[in-house]
Design a protein around this ligand. Structure first.
Ligand code: MG
Length: 312
């Protein structure tokens, strides 16, 4: 039997763009420092598996995120396949200058929907973060770069508790006003449920945010990532963040485990007959290769299901 069996649902999008975040969001949360050659091979293998967007690295301060201190070397070493985008995170103007030197064409900024996480993660308050990002985004747009805005804590905050949907809508609007051409709604601590996701997407669309600009970034902390993804697809969302093998979480948010695994997403999309361009077998073999480099098994259920029992 070839799995998954395909039963399409005409109410869902015909195509989904998978925004692969493993080399950046995943590896930055590994306690071990991964060597540059392994990172380059990972990124090239993911592009070869059919991923059209592979977020490659982050131009952050090396003392803050030592795992990504080799951003320049990684960007210089990857193969840059035709038609594949390799975004890099930039936290500030210095990061943007480094990214431009490295010939990055896509950047991402990282903001918070809540005051407390803005202070803890960025070292400045909610309003001050926009002042910090405004010149960065303006300069990036002037250089012709694409700019994605990651928004953290869209569905709950470990310090503030519930995050009102109106607060998230206001933050997304601020990011679009700055010049971000795409938004990623982050469930940073993995507490969202499907109804909450659908409600937020509807509110954003009602506030004139084009649904094609909305991406979703779920963590599987409570086992809800795929259910939340399906809820977003039902509202017309067509960009979904995922991390190969389920790498990563968030280093500054307690109990934030498990990005949605790209393999688990691909399996669900395959079963629904939704095109995405990714070869599941190539992806699984990449994550199994990475297991040998990281010295621990992937938490992806699909990777586990596709691993012969004698290898576990
Ligand atoms: Mg994440």
């Amino acid at each position: 039997m070839t799995l998954p069996m395909v039963v399409s649902d005409p109410s869902l999008p015909a195509h989904v763009t998978i925004w692969e975040v493993g080399p950046r969001d995943g590896l930055q949360n590994e306690s071990a420092v991964i060597d540059t050659a392994t990172k380059i091979e990972l990124i090239d293998r993911l592009a070869d598996a059919g991923l059209g967007i592979v977020e490659a690295t982050s131009f952050v301060r090396p003392d803050r995120v030592p795992q990504l201190a080799d951003a320049r070397e990684v960007m210089a070493g990857i193969a840059r396949r035709d038609g594949v985008r390799y975004p890099a995170l930039v936290p500030n103007m210095r990061g943007l200058e480094s990214a431009l030197d490295a010939e990055v064409t896509d950047i991402a900024i990282f903001a918070s929907a809540t005051e407390t996480f803005a202070e803890r993660n960025l070292g400045r308050g909610y309003d001050a973060q926009w002042e910090m990002f405004a010149p960065v985004v303006a300069r990036a747009r002037a250089e012709g770069l694409r700019v994605r805005g990651y928004l953290s804590m869209c569905f709950g905050d470990p310090w503030e508790g519930a995050v009102p949907a109106e607060q998230v809508v206001a933050a997304v609007t601020r990011m679009r006003d700055l010049g971000c051409d795409a938004i990623s709604l982050g469930d940073t601590i993995g507490v969202a449920t499907a109804g909450q996701v659908a409600d937020l997407v509807r509110r954003l669309v009602a506030a004139d945010v084009p649904v094609r600009e909305i991406g979703v970034h779920f963590h599987d902390t409570y086992g809800q990532a795929l259910a939340n993804t399906l809820a977003a697809l039902r509202e017309g969302v067509t960009t979904v963040d995922a991390s190969a093998g389920g790498l990563g979480g968030c280093p500054y948010a307690k109990a934030a485990t498990g990005n949605l695994a790209t393999e688990d997403l691909v399996y669900m999309l395959d079963g629904l007959g939704i095109s995405h361009g990714v070869d599941l077998d190539a992806l699984v073999s990449t994550s199994r290769w990475l297991e040998t480099r990281l010295g621990r098994p992937s938490p992806s259920r699909v990777v586990r299901a596709r691993t012969p029992s004698e290898d576990v």
